[in-house]
Every structure is written in structure tokens, then in C-alpha cells.
Write a new protein. Sequence first.
Length: 114
Amino acid sequence: QVQLVESGGGLVQAGGSLRLSCAVSTNIFRLAAMGWYRQVPGKQRELVAAITLGGDTNYADAVKGRFTISRDNAKNTVYLQLNSLKPEDTAVYYCNTRGGDWLWGQGTQVTVSS
């Protein structure tokens, strides 16, 4: 069973930055397009950023220009750099394949105060 372990969340003031990491327990990671998702209570989980095997990226409009997804295939890890954070970015952040194929991890809480 693939394990996803997200880390790096925390409490930050508006305008601040965080770097999230997601360690993946399988080398299959290197064959997978990956994504970062977020979820707030009462709402569906949404995809905010994705990266292909070759490093091509795309972003939800709400985070474009502020968030950057990257991956390190040697470390089986995907990252999400969050800059210029806004209170509406407050959510639990998860990683998974671009299609959400693996069992979801615990996520990491990001809280942005105004």
C-alpha cells in the first residue's frame, strides 16, 4: 500500500510563505503525475497544482502566480511552495497522483491569519 506523508504546514500571517513536502513510499512515484490538493470543512477536495513526469506544471486560477509545485524523483518527494498566502488559502493540504489514485494521507494543516 502506497503511503503519502505530508508535512510543512503551520500558522502564518497573510503575505507569508510555507513550503509543503510530501514523501511517497514507492518508486512508482517516478512514473506518476502528481498533484497537491486542499480541502476545507464542508467543501470538496480541490486540486490546486499538478506536475507531470517531465516537470510540466499547471495550477488552479486561485493560486496561479503564488504557488509552485516541484518534485524530486530521487527522493520520491513532491513539494509545494506557497507564497503571498491569503486567509482563503486556509485548508488541509494533501498530495496524491493527478487522479487521486492512492490512499489519502493525513494531510498538513495550513492556517493563514489576516
